[in-house]
Write a protein that binds this ligand. Structure first.
Ligand code: ZN
Length: 240
């Protein structure tokens, strides 16, 4: 079966719709969401409703966590803090309850998914290099795990040591373990503005990274119209 694996949608409806249409075209029969459905962009409720309607495994991201609670936002940068406060004001109590009850880790069909890291999934640390990945591998009980959070697609591969590399497609080899970042649907930060997600072909043991153009000016216009910081609109164009 082919599975669409996506995360860090961040309330970007235009990017999310393009990803879902492409996943259908690619023959994906199911989906997995790596968290951060909301935050930063202007359509949190619409994106949340779509994820709910997919009826697929979803793990909780840090924005999902903070947008669904009243906890202090002082650990966030000012842009994220404004966006989370705005998102809190948009969501209904039942939507917050749904987000708040998402699991931090999920095991599906022999692999694992987590938003940030297996080492401390609710601590929201970032896996940015081989050392961080090695710490996560120490808690990884399956050969394969998918994650998000950094908004940068990357494959960490553990053989005798851990290596990290960018990829377009990756054939999983027996005897190795994999910790794979799916990039971000709604706010990529690897210098490429296009929406990112993965197609995992279980039979072929193949993972492909998809990058898709979407209606960026429309998304940016919504951010400005919502009164969110203009920098949140600007950064989308640079993939930063
Ligand atoms: Zn995120």
């Amino acid at each position: 079966m082919r599975i669409a694996i996506f995360g860090d949608i961040h309330a970007n409806l235009e990017a999310f719709e393009v990803v879902l249409a492409d996943a259908r075209d690619q023959g994906c029969l199911s989906s997995i969401c790596l968290g951060d459905v909301v935050g930063y962009n202007a359509n949190p409720r619409e994106c949340l409703r779509i994820v709910q309607s997919l009826n697929c495994p979803v793990v909780k991201g840090n924005h999902d966590d903070y947008a669904s609670s009243d906890s202090s936002l002082e650990s966030f940068n000012p842009l994220a803090e404004i966006a989370i406060q705005w998102t809190r004001d948009q969501l209904t109590s039942s939507e917050k309850l749904w987000l708040g009850e998402l699991p931090l880790i999920s095991k599906i069909r022999g692999f694992t998914v987590v938003h940030a890291s297996l080492e401390d999934p609710g601590g929201w640390g970032y896996v940015l290099n081989q050392l961080d990945a090695a710490a996560s591998f120490s808690k990884q009980t399956t050969k394969l795990c998918f994650f998000g959070h950094t908004h940068t697609p990357r494959a960490y591969i553990k053989d005798s040591s851990v290596i990290g590399l960018p990829f377009d497609q990756l054939l999983l080899e027996p005897g190795k373990r994999y910790f794979i970042n799916a990039g971000s649907v709604g706010q990529p930060r690897d210098g490429d503005w296009r929406a990112a997600y993965l197609v995992f072909d279980e039979e072929k043991r193949m993972i492909r990274l998809r990058r898709l153009r979407y209606d960026l000016p429309k998304t940016q216009g919504k951010i400005l119209a919502a009164g969110l910081p203009p920098r949140l609109a600007d950064r989308l164009a640079f993939g930063k």
